[in-house]
Design a protein around this ligand. Structure first.
Ligand SMILES: *Cc1c(COP(=O)(O)O)cnc(C)c1O
Length: 242
């Protein structure tokens, strides 16, 4: 058994290391490190570990599974210090009810139907929900997200939903040892954000959610503003999720 102090010290060490690498890389790219948000991806980790992470100073957490985050939200409801939640997993329309009004940013909107449901729930709570549109920038058929060529259309129709605030795009890089493959996907997302803003005559898409434990430094080079890092902070996941 690892003691509480050891776990906290490990998480703190890892988080600081990742943060420092981000700052260093951003400065080398002439970017302001302050415009890059680091999300600690805590999916499959227990609320106990999350409490330790909070004690380590981490505030922004990413979760993938609607029921899991619902239970975690309930756990922290009466706690003095609460996580700021981001939802980064595939989202089914019938699970949206678990997320609203608790999630700062939903990264994974990939259909108008899903957007409409989120809009409806947000309206019930009289809030504006921040969202990203997830784009499948690789040609892998197994991955979620819309095709790049559909980004303008979906963005345009989402703009008509008044309880949604579309602030950018998200993608998951292909798990590859070939850096150039990942880089091309990230650069495609950056270009796509520019194109959507340009074609729709808007400037509100400012965020690019891209970069995970194995590719966040590449993502910074390609303009990422939100990094979703799990393993490099919490260690390997135990996949037997609740
Ligand atoms: C699990 C997950 C992450 C974190 O992955 P790591 O490799 O553990 O950093 C980031 N983004 C999404 C969408 C994920 O599902």
């Amino acid at each position: 058994m690892t003691s509480k102090e050891e776990i906290i010290s490990n998480i703190k060490f890892n988080y600081t290391k990742v943060r420092n690498e981000i700052i260093e890389k951003a400065q080398r790219e002439y970017r302001n490190p302050g415009e890059i948000t680091l999300i600690a991806v805590s999916k499959t980790f227990s609320t106990e570990i999350l409490e330790y992470a909070l004690e380590s100073g981490i505030r922004i957490f990413g979760e993938n599974y609607a029921q899991e985050v619902r239970d975690k939200i309930a756990f922290f409801e009466d706690k003095p210090v609460k996580p700021h939640w981001h939802f980064i997993g595939h989202l089914q329309t019938n699970k949206v009810k678990y997320l609203i009004p608790y999630i700062k940013l939903i990264h994974t909107v990939d259909s108008f139907e899903l957007a409409s449901e989120i809009n409806k729930r947000a309206e019930q709570y009289n809030l504006i929900q921040n969202i990203l549109i997830q784009v499948n920038t690789s040609s892998e058929e197994t991955k979620y997200g819309i095709l790049p060529e559909d980004a303008i259309n979906l963005s345009q129709s989402v703009l008509s939903l008044h309880n949604l605030n579309l602030i950018g795009l998200m993608t998951i890089g292909t798990f590859s040892t070939d850096e150039s493959v990942i880089r091309e996907e990230f650069s495609m997302l950056r270009n796509l954000r520019y194109e959507v803003n340009n074609k729709l005559g808007i400037e509100k898409l400012t965020e690019l959610s891209m970069g995970m434990s194995n590719d966040y430094l590449i993502a910074i080079e390609e303009g990422s503003t939100i990094l979703r890092v799990g393993t490099a902070i919490f260690g390997e996941r135990n996949y037997s999720k609740t």
